[in-house]
Design a protein around this ligand. Structure first.
Ligand code: NAD
Ligand code: ZN
Length: 375
């Protein structure tokens, strides 16, 4: 029986056929040192009229700096400074949306996020919630967003998360830490200007960069791996090695880490992350440990799952002279450990990618407790 349709794709009626995901990519991207100055020209054709502003959500680390003076504000545009000290929350998104709706008679022409993963995720979430009813917590999950978001632009100022390419925005809600995963989440435009990453301190540069490295290791060693993910993951891994183990100039290093982040994000788009991310979610939920450093704290103890990756990680850490904090979990109550373990074990797709369908026979609550106690 012919199971393919005229396009050579599996027929919908073929019960054994696999359905492949049809996921969106960022349709427009600029890359280059100083390309941030093109923002005004990029936004101009997207301005609906003078009453429909652009709202710029900017990491408050840039307050009073040259970056802010280069933001192309006209008409009733607004710059909102936001601290990245804590990861984005659904309540924070809802407040921002209410403030924007109360202040303007028109829906904005667009939202521009300038910062790291925290600001990029906020920009994505706000652009979705300006057109979708209710609170953002109701959209945490997969494909729950009904209406297209407004035009939104992402401008990363630190490299590694891949939030600039992904179709998710990770939010801490009242009940869970989970992304709004949807086709409307992905940015309409990204500006990759490596010069914007100049001010990042060494520790943060390492933690967020290691997020990218860990994306590669978890994707390349996962059971969900396919040629699409592999091609991006291998490139991103090679770039991470150049940045953290090579002897590049600082310009080259910033350029390459920005592209590593992009490729790492593309790699997990079509596969999944793994053990470090699942456990880091638990740390983040109970202790508020941020994504990048949380991944590092967990990953250093995962030689059983990623022997080569952990070896490389330690080399990079040593070469860069980074010392990770210790005894993070010392003194936690049994209840705290149980919550962390519960949050981590709920990340089923991550475990399945890492260890296969039978993952529960390998990863038990006792094993996770043992690993958390080392951190
Ligand atoms: P971040 O945005 O949390 O920022 C980390 C620190 O770096 C902050 O103190 C910030 O002020 C500072 N910083 C940023 N740019 C700077 C610059 N140019 N100069 C000086 N300081 C600068 O960092 P992150 O690691 O990029 O993002 C973490 C967040 O990203 C988490 O909330 C995580 O959940 C999210 N995330 C999202 C995705 C996704 O696909 N949506 C993927 C991974 C992580
Ligand atoms: Zn990550």
């Amino acid at each position: 029986m012919d199971t393919k349709n005229e396009m050579g794709l599996p027929k919908a009626s073929d019960a054994t056929a696999q359905t492949y995901r049809n996921f969106p990519m960022v349709p427009r991207v600029v890359f280059g040192r100083g390309s941030f100055d093109q923002l005004g020209g990029i936004l101009l054709p997207k301005r609906r009229h003078s009453d429909a502003p652009f709202i710029f959500l900017v990491d408050d680390v840039f307050e009073g700096t040259d970056v802010v003076s280069r933001i192309p504000i006209i008409f009733n545009d607004q710059i909102v400074f936001i601290s990245a000290d804590e990861e984005p929350k659904t309540s924070q998104v809802d407040t921002l949306v209410q403030e924007i709706l109360a202040e303007y008679t028109e829906i904005p022409s667009g939202i521009v996020g300038i910062g790291g993963g925290t600001l990029l995720d906020l920009a994505k979430a706000v652009s979705i919630m300006l057109t979708n009813k209710g609170g953002s917590a109701a959209y945490q999950g997969w494909d729950l967003v009904q209406k297209p978001s407004i035009y939104h632009v992402g401008i990363p100022t630190i490299s590694g998360t891949g939030a600039e390419v992904s179709r998710t925005t990770v939010l801490l809600g009242p009940e869970k830490k989970l992304g709004i995963n949807s086709d409307y989440t992905t940015f309409d435009q990204v500006i990759l200007d490596p010069n914007l990453t100049k001010g990042v301190c060494k520790e943060q540069w390492f933690y967020t960069g290691m997020d990218c490295f860990i994306h590669c290791i978890e994707s390349l060693n996962g059971t969900y791996l396919n040629a699409f993910s592999q091609s991006y993951g291998e490139k991103a891994l090679e770039l991470c090695k150049e940045v953290y183990l090579g002897d590049l100039t600082s310009e080259e290093s910033r350029d390459k880490l920005m592209m590593a982040s992009w490729h790492g994000g593309m790699s997990i788009a079509y596969s999944q992350v793994g053990v470090a991310h699942a456990m880091s979610y638990g740390l983040g939920y109970v202790l508020g440990v941020k994504h990048g450093i949380g991944n590092c704290l967990v990953f250093q103890h995962l030689e059983e799952f990623y022997p080569e990756g952990v070896k490389l990680f330690n080399q990079m850490k040593e070469k860069q002279g980074v010392i990770l904090p210790q005894n993070i979990c010392t003194g936690l109550s049994d209840k705290d450990f149980d919550t962390m373990i519960e949050v981590a074990m709920a990340m089923q797709p991550l475990w399945e990618n890492a260890l296969g369908a039978d993952w529960r026979s390998i990863v038990t609550p006792e094993k996770l407790r043992f690993l958390y106690e080392k951190i």
